[in-house]
Design a protein around this ligand. Structure first.
Ligand code: A5P
Length: 232
């Protein structure tokens, strides 16, 4: 699947064109963002830019430190000029997203909300032409996991506690919580689903990012980058 690596590289380098000097940028998490951090390092050095970044995960923070990108946080900078992040699925018509396969959904949603512009980098396999249909990650307070799981089944979902090879027991997020990956099959009304999920006590955040993305860079199999903009 070499084209995917090339697609990630291409969208990363296209997305850093949005970056201006003397700005504060939110940086998402995941494999595509890894290329964004590299492209950002190159751009900052080449243009001698003065930027600061707010990372959305411990992994991103470590990478930014390695690349010498100056860090800041939302206490110092509650308003960001731009945030760039990956996604697990993008609905073509609305640019609604599912995010959180890397477990950083809560910080990603906070950072995206703090940004004046939210840009997404994906490959073409992540574009959904007929509505969102991948599993929705839901971050939950560990104490409430059993109850929330039961409620998710009641509203038609199939929840699974996220576990990973190499670690016994559930994955713990950077916020000290668990993640339930919930299969809703086809998501007909994402707004309604989001409201229902958010109304459950103990749900910290969901991976549904609705009407948030302003621009999506799509890396295509033929090496080109397609740019989608959300209609306001
Ligand atoms: C991290 O929690 C996620 O939201 C990622 O942004 C998303 O899973 C995309 O990651 P990849 O670029 O690794 O596919």
């Amino acid at each position: 699947m070499d084209w995917i690596l090339e697609a990630r590289r291409a969208v990363a380098s296209a997305s850093v064109d949005l970056i201006r000097n003397n700005t504060v940028i939110g940086i998402g998490s995941g494999r595509t963002v890894w290329f964004v951090i590299q492209a950002l390092e190159t751009k900052v050095k080449k243009e001698n830019f003065n930027i600061r970044v707010v990372p959305t995960s411990t992994q991103t923070e470590t990478l930014c430190v390695e690349k010498g990108l100056p860090l800041t946080n939302l206490s110092e900078n509650p308003e960001l000029d731009l945030a760039i992040d990956g996604a697990d699925q993008v609905e073509l018509k609305t640019l609604n997203l599912v995010k959180g396969a890397g477990g950083a959904l809560t910080r990603e949603k906070i950072v995206a909300s703090a940004a004046r512009k939210f840009a997404i980098v994906v490959d073409q396999k992540k574009i959904a032409k007929r509505g969102l249909c991948v599993k929705v990650p839901v971050e939950v307070v560990p104490f409430g996991t059993g109850y929330i799981g039961r409620e998710l089944i009641r509203i038609g979902g199939k929840p699974k506690l996220r576990e990973r090879d190499g670690k016994l027991g559930p994955v713990i997020t950077d916020n000290g919580n668990y993640i339930l990956d919930v299969d809703f099959r086809e998501i007909r009304s994402p707004e309604r689903l989001e409201r229902r999920l958010r109304s459950l006590p103990g749900v910290v955040e969901t991976g549904l990012f609705l009407r948030m993305a302003d621009i999506v860079y799509v890396g295509r199999r033929d090496g080109t980058v397609q740019i989608l903009r959300r209609k306001k």
